[in-house]
Design a protein around this ligand. Sequence first.
Ligand code: BTX
Length: 329
Amino acid sequence: MESPIRKKMLQAFSESDGEFVSGQALADFLGCTRTAVWKHIEELRREGFELEAVRRKGYRILHAPDKVTENEIRYGLNTKNLGQTIYYQESIDSTQKKAHQLAYDNCPEGTLVIAEEQTSGRGRMTRSWHSPKYSGIWMSIILRPNLPPQQAPQFTLLAAVAVVQALEEVCGLNPEIKWPNDILINGKKVTGILTELQAESDKINSIIIGIGMNVNSKQEDFPEELQKIATSVAIEKGKIVSRSSIIQKILEKLELYYHLYMEKGFGPIKLLWEGYAISIGREIIARTITGTIEGKAIGITNDGVLKIEDSSGRIHEIYSADIEIQGNS
Ligand code: BTX
């Protein structure tokens, strides 16, 4: 993790909104000498920040590099809690695994675990998640809501809304949600969400929300088995996109909807979610651990559970499944 001084320095630049901040103002704000300020500025430059220094005006950031280290995420981040503690590693087995350890060791709520690459990224059950270096967002966020464990699956839907809105606002894309945890663009998967828990029988200790997003991958970068089902933000947008801006927006939206949820319950999130859902109203096949159900997806319950009506008119409530929309691949 980085030094508290650098953290404050990036905060000062964030607040100045692209304007110059004088060396003296920085020194006063940070409680250090101007020579120390200069050393930290040099350190930022070495990390790829482009900084302009003008006599009598001070410093300003012209360009932050597209890495996803603590500095890039913090610069311009507009949240109270989420992402205010960041654990970054260039390469990691799985951010989800690390987040479990940190949660167990009582890290602050809102801690973000992020890496440039995952060597054993995981999906649901025993599936793997392809997470190559520099081309995507591989991150896990730790929340500690005071709720019973049954409500945890709603957080997958809440996170999906945050991701969709971040992609809309930062990239101008129009993604859709396939219940429960896939975000699709033009029918292909751009993001997967994995919600896991540390809980007692009646109380959540931590929710760990894992988000995997293909951002700058090219179609040929995907392994053979993903070629037909996966896409990336850059493929859909036709140009490279800054990962840190998407991350910041996801964190901001997650924080917003997390607070809304804690104040008003799942109702408002459900309404938003329904506006982006593609499976509702369609004929689907749901493959669960216990069997396969075919029918029409008629909606989700107030708990986020999927309701399917089969051909005999019976309604099934599905807690977890893989969904195939009929007529789609
Ligand atoms: P899922 O089980 O719904 O989807 C996993 C399936 O998705 C795989 O079996 C494969 O078919 C497909 N897949 C694998 N990699 C990709 C990819 N990069 N793009 C599109 N499709 C893919 C989804 O699980 C939940 C994924 C969460 C990943 C995050 S990354 C950060 C965090 N750390 C970690 O280890 N996992 C989470």
